[in-house]
Design a protein around this ligand. Structure first.
Ligand code: ADP
Ligand code: MG
Length: 274
């Protein structure tokens, strides 16, 4: 009889990290201010290849700002960001503040960091297929026919093969988000950032998107996931960070974080959300 044991997920150590590869993403002491409002006050995170790192925390704790800093949709005010071994060069502005020094480097690194947004952000005037091939063709310079072949594979993976010619407005929210995930995968990113990917969805559509994200985790994609789906975070993550007022208040494995929260703030947060 074949081994029928269900593999444990998440594995204690992600498959690729065992080979001592460099981290997919490292962030050190990240600060971000909007005017005088300091939103991130020294956040650090490491995601090894194949690792799923989830971030939880109250609304306004800085989760989106943190993700947006990693792919430089926001300019961090201070700190270090290293993607796949390449550190984003920063230029000092004085007063402890700095900005990215080289926009070409920023573009290059951004192409390696995928982002999935709460509101899908598909281009409404393009078909699903056109949405997916746009960046591979125009940013990576892939041949259109190769990009189209790859897009069809990705649509199959997210269960949307039949929808390639449709426009975003013709799809349900769950289908739009799955198309957005396929678009992100088309860039073969080193890491995928997901900012509350299911919180704009009607409850009955959440499951189909979580299933796709779970499959990506099982296939060894490196992901940083901001979510309010606590049960899902618990099942899929290798580690979880609890952000509070722009700082990592607690960081541990899902089992430890949920069963034995150390900080009072985390305990309160969990009691409100679970
Ligand atoms: P979360 O995603 O955890 O809900 P955010 O990162 O969206 O938190 O926001 C953290 C804080 O930063 C909030 O107080 C928010 O109002 C503020 N903030 C976010 N973006 C901007 C911006 N572009 N300009 C000014 N303040 C902002
Ligand atoms: Mg947010």
């Amino acid at each position: 009889v074949a081994n029928t044991a269900v593999p444990e997920w998440p594995p204690a150590v992600p498959v690729k990290a065992k080979r001592n590869e460099r981290p997919a993403v490292e962030v050190h002491d990240l600060h971000k201010s909007f005017g005088t409002h300091e939103v991130l006050t020294g956040v650090g995170l490491t995601a090894d290849p194949g690792e799923v790192v989830s971030m939880i925390g109250s609304s306004g704790s800085g989760k989106s700002t943190f993700l947006r800093c990693i792919n430089l949709l926001e300019q961090p005010s201070r700190g270090r960001i290293v993607v796949d071994g390449e550190e984003i060069r920063m230029k000092a502005l004085g007063g402890g503040r700095s900005i990215p020094a080289d926009m070409r480097q920023v573009e290059r690194i951004r192409a390696r960091v995928g982002m999935v947004f709460q509101n899908f952000n598909l281009w409404p005037h393009m078909s699903v297929l056109e949405n997916i091939i746009e960046a591979p063709v125009h940013v990576l310079g892939e041949r259109r026919s190769d990009a189209v072949d790859h897009a069809h594979q990705l649509l199959k993976k997210v269960g949307l093969s039949e929808k390639h010619a449709q426009y975003p407005g013709q799809l349900s929210g769950g289908q739009q988000q799955r198309a957005a995930i396929a678009r992100t995968l088309a860039m073969k990113p080193k890491v995928i950032l997901l900012d509350e990917p299911t919180s704009a969805l009607d409850p009955e559509l959440v499951g189909e998107v979580l299933r796709v994200i779970r499959q990506l985790a099982e296939e060894g994609n490196t992901m940083i996931l901001v979510t309010h789906e606590m049960q899902f975070a618990r099942e899929v993550s290798h580690k979880i960070l609890f952000l509070h007022q722009g700082k990592v208040e607690e960081e541990s494995t899902p089992a430890e974080l949920f069963s034995n929260p150390r900080s009072e703030r985390l305990r309160q947060f969990l009691s409100r959300t679970l």
